[in-house]
Design a protein around this ligand. Structure first.
Ligand SMILES: Cc1cc2nc3c(=O)[nH]c(=O)nc-3n(C[C@H](O)[C@H](O)[C@H](O)COP(=O)(O)O)c2cc1C
Length: 546
């Protein structure tokens, strides 16, 4: 395929902005007959069926937030299956009269299009040979793409400091660009962040720990997964995003990359399986390919930026006693919110506490870098808090930068003992919040909605790979908001559609020091009673009490 004309990632970011009078370029209509199939299969690869969990791990969501020790499970085919079921598996099917049925997943995805795929490098255990596998969530099974010698996996485990396995998330851009055109690259990155958080949290339920592996270049990942030897259907290739090590002893990985000659040994493996075709025809979105190329991780030794981690501070302690697995399974996006109801202040504080990056709790303990994102919050209906515009600014450095960059007449009065939460200005922002989020009522009818302001220009022009990292961080923040909301009987919705520069203007940002990379809304949901809900694996003849 032709190499797309290069773009700088800042150019890509600017041209993929929405504004009141101009939406980012897209096809402008939905060709339903050509919608990409949401499941990838590697046809011809050996399949390994996975069991559904007989019982969920007994860990409350609040336990995860307070870093309570969870006894480490042994690595078996069943515990691996449990991790996948609770991170990237199906969560339900929805059906509507005249609209057919569609699958939902544990991880959310813009437009429910699911560009994220997962590959695993696994040691042998009963029922499983060591190898490189792709996860197929539709059938809840693994597809073996390559066999590895046991000694290779032992070498890898010794290198990372004990038993464990590797997870690599990849992306198929076409799944998102089919609907969203040029803006789709951003959504793919946010979806990766959600996937990362989902894997990291599920790992914690088994007493395992996910560590981000920054010491692997994109080129190495392509080689590792044999992607350079796959015959991809045109424009449907998978692009590796992020690699992590899951320690089955709950430890941080001891190394960031692979042992010296490990890759060259993997390169001698035979890769099996032919990827299925997802669409009849594909529309080229060269700027997305170009944005992906502009942000590759080419230097594995490039540092991850750590500004600030929450450490030693007091944390919110009064979480409702709800099993984390239940929360994970029930997570859904709210499609409408009840504008007549407010939420307790405790719930609001808990939700924001859950997104403050901690070095010891998942998903931020993955080591992806943190603290480069502040939240501008439109408080609409929170008990004991005046409606208005607020800012959650974790860490002194971020707070100072935000204060300097934003409107000079903001108040910056700290309003909470626990949280670094500041009132900017009081007022009713319900209408503006909805307007700015592409006129979506969910941003104004909720209890609060927010914009994630990432420290942008200097980081991204210094190393364009930060564009990915910042979006992953925002996806992770969104993921925590989804789950924390569910724990409180509330619901959240990720919002990728918003008018970028009008948001920046509202808070007085005049340049690209900060950019809004993701929006989110939380409140009391109104259920759509026309929809029927079906069990996640009913299509395989499997049922499970939710
Ligand atoms: C990155 C991202 C952006 C999203 N943007 C929007 C949005 O602008 N408006 C909306 O109503 N839902 C949005 N959603 C929610 C998705 O539509 C939802 O996740 C998807 O339909 C799957 O449903 P579920 O979350 O209930 O599993 C977004 C989700 C993600 C992850």
């Amino acid at each position: 395929m032709e190499r797309p004309a290069p773009v700088t990632i800042i150019d890509y970011h600017n041209r993929s902005k929405h504004d009141f009078g101009r939406m980012a370029r897209s096809a402008g209509y939905l060709d339903w007959s050509n919608q990409p199939f949401p499941f990838r299969y590697y046809q011809g690869a050996e399949q390994v069926e996975l069991a559904l969990l007989q019982s969920d791990p007994v860990v409350n969501f609040g336990d995860l937030m307070s870093a309570k020790t969870v006894p480490a499970c042994r690595f078996t085919l069943d515990s691996l299956a449990g991790l996948l079921e609770l991170s990237l598996g199906l969560s339900a099917w929805k059906a509507a009269p005249g609209a057919g049925k569609w699958a939902l997943r544990i991880n959310p995805s813009s437009g429910n299009l699911h560009p994220t795929e997962a590959h695993l490098i696994l040691p042998s255990t009963a029922g499983l040979q060591a190898g490189i596998y792709h996860y197929d969530p539709y059938h809840h099974r693994l597809e073996r793409r390559a066999l590895l010698d046991d000694s290779l996996m032992q070498e890898l485990e010794a290198w990372f400091g004990g038993p464990g396995f590797m997870v690599v998330l990849s992306t198929i851009f076409w799944r998102e660009s089919w609907k969203y055109g040029e803006r789709a690259y951003r959504y793919c990155l946010l979806d990766t962040g959600h996937g990362l958080a989902a894997v990291s949290l599920a790992a914690a339920l088994f007493g395992w720990r996910y560590s981000y592996l920054p010491g692997l270049s994109d080129e190495q990942l392509v080689g590792l997964l044999g992607f350079d030897r796959v015959q991809w259907p045109a424009r449907e290739k998978e692009v590796p995003q992020v690699a992590g090590w899951i320690s089955c002893q709950g430890r941080k990985a001891e190394n960031a990359g692979l042992p010296g000659d490990w890759m060259s040994k993997v390169r001698q493996c035979r890769f099996d399986g032919r990827p299925n075709r997802l669409s009849r025809e594909q529309v080229a979105w060269p700027v997305i390919e170009a944005a992906s190329l502009a942000t590759v991780k080419s230097d594995p030794s490039a540092p991850v930026c750590h500004w600030w981690y929450r450490e030693g501070d007091q944390r919110f302690e009064f979480w409702p006693e709800v099993a984390a697995a239940r929360v994970i399974r029930r997570r859904r996006s709210g499609t409408e919110y009840d504008a007549s109801r407010s939420i307790p202040r405790d719930a609001f504080v808990a939700l924001l506490d859950a997104v403050l990056p901690s070095r010891i709790t998942p998903p931020f303990n993955a080591g992806l870098g943190a603290g480069q994102v502040g939240l501008v919050i439109f408080v609409h209906r929170v008990e004991g808090l005046a409606p208005g515009l607020y800012c959650l600014a974790p860490g002194r450095k971020l707070l100072d930068s935000l204060r300097k960059a934003m409107a000079s007449d903001f108040n910056w009065r700290r309003v909470d003992d626990l949280l670094p939460l500041y009132l900017l200005t009081e007022g009713d922002f319900t209408r503006q919040a909805a307007e700015l989020s592409c006129r979506q009522p969910i941003a104004g009818d909720s209890a609060f909605s927010l914009a994630m302001l990432a420290c942008f220009g200097s980081l991204v022009s210094g190393d364009p790979h930060f564009y990915r990292l910042l979006h992953w961080q925002c996806g992770m923040i969104g993921h925590m908001l989804y789950l924390a909301a569910e724990t409180w009987g509330l619901r959240g919705t990720g919002i990728g559609c918003y008018f970028d520069d009008p948001v920046h203007h509202l808070v007085g940002l005049g340049d690209d020091t900060f950019q809004s990379l993701y929006h989110f809304t939380v409140g009391h949901p109104l259920e759509d009673r026309r929809l029927q809900t079906l069990e996640p694996y009913h299509h395989l003849g499997l049922t499970k009490d939710a």
